[in-house]
Design a protein around this ligand. Structure first.
Ligand code: GDP
Ligand code: ZN
Length: 335
């Protein structure tokens, strides 16, 4: 986090900022008790906002007019105040919410009942090359969660310092190629040596991202390498079959170079949606287009004759490791 500024420094920097009553565009990074913390680029302080009358209960059409991640128009009031942590803050009103392009939330019976995070742009799946040992099936499970939530995913392979050059070439290069061919960006990095960290910043820049992965792969170390001083909770993402759709209070942490990292203090990271059996093939990009070519339109791509997916596996067009992942996950979903 940036070092705290003195009052004089703040007044000086505000001289160049927008006038107190200007309408500003910002991002809601936290909410609670009817107030919303809004981060506005070029403003030194967070603006703590109440809702303007038009967005208030009774007059609004939406159950949740404003959630974390929303882009909002804010009118700053002339007063300054303090937040719960005792930091001096600006105050204002949220006057309008810009359209959301994505929404994650709790859902029941296939219907979203509560949105917990709006406008998430990217799921960053972190795996280590060693310690813990790279596991392609684990990677596939995380990718499927992102696909089921209809969110773009990128793959970050950490601890590249622990792999030899030969191993990089012989073992990992083909894996990287396989996932890139599916449309996922793949980035080998090392939080230890800073290799690939500038590229990781580039990937996160100006986006709202969620970092997921098993414990020990280096999520905290990577976030700290990307922005020294930024320490988040970043727990393990929930896995298929364990507890469903339970997301709580998400906080967004601003990145100095632009963008935000989503964090859920005290609980596991942003929970992504788990696919049902029928949707599982849709969560594999290489199976999506081929499914419509199967003889049976309810083909499970396991044992049916005339299966276009199995034919593609046999022809070497679908990686056997990916198909094996699909079969394993299909088993889990059935249970
Ligand atoms: P998290 O549980 O995913 O947040 O993982 P941590 O960031 O706590 O890292 C787990 C362990 O891996 C720690 O001992 C780190 O020092 C180590 N670690 C993290 N990144 C790297 C890396 O790039 N290379 C090596 N060799 N060790 C790393
Ligand atoms: Zn099929």
């Amino acid at each position: 986090m940036a070092p705290k500024k003195t009052r004089a420094q703040k007044a000086e920097s505000r001289a160049g900022a927008a006038p107190a009553d200007a309408v500003l565009t910002g991002t809601v990074i936290r909410s609670g008790g009817g107030f919303y913390d809004v981060d506005v680029p070029d403003e030194e302080e967070i603006i703590v906002c109440a809702l303007a009358g038009v967005l208030k209960k009774g007059r609004r059409t939406h159950a949740q007019p404003v959630v974390v991640g929303d882009r909002v128009l804010v009118r700053r009031t002339l007063s300054e105040g303090e937040n719960a942590q005792g930091d001096r803050v600006q105050e204002g009103y949220i006057e309008a919410v810009l359209p959301r392009h994505s929404a994650l939330g709790r859902s029941r019976y296939g219907k979203t009942t509560q949105i917990t995070l709006a406008n998430l742009d990217l799921v960053v799946v972190v795996l280590a090359l060693h310690e813990p040992e790279f596991n392609a099936h684990r990677l596939d499970r995380f990718l499927v969660l992102a696909e089921a939530s209809e969110l773009p995913a990128a793959i970050v392979l950490n601890k590249s310092d622990l792999a030899t050059k030969t191993e990089m070439k012989k073992r990992f290069a083909p894996i990287i190629k396989r996932y890139e061919a599916l449309g996922y960006p793949v980035l080998p990095v090392s939080a230890e040596t800073d290799a690939g960290i500038p590229q990781l910043r580039e990937l996160l820049k100006d986006k709202i991202s969620a970092v997921v992965g098993s414990s020990g792969v280096g999520k905290s170390s990577l976030i700290n390498a990307v922005q020294p001083g930024l320490r988040l909770w970043v727990g393990d993402v929930m896995e298929i079959g364990k507890g469903r759709h339970t997301t709580t209070d998400v906080t967004l942490h601003p990145l100095d170079f632009g963008g935000y990292i989503a964090d859920t203090p005290g609980v596991k990271t942003v929970t992504l949606i788990e696919p049902e059996a029928v949707q599982l093939p849709m969560c594999f990009p290489e199976m999506r287009a081929r499914s419509s070519l199967c003889k049976f339109n309810n083909c499970s791509h396991r044992h049916e004759p005339g299966c276009a997916v199995k034919a593609a596996v046999e022809a070497g067009e679908i990686a056997p490791e990916r198909y094996a992942s699909y079969l394993k996950m299909a088993e889990d979903v059935k249970k």
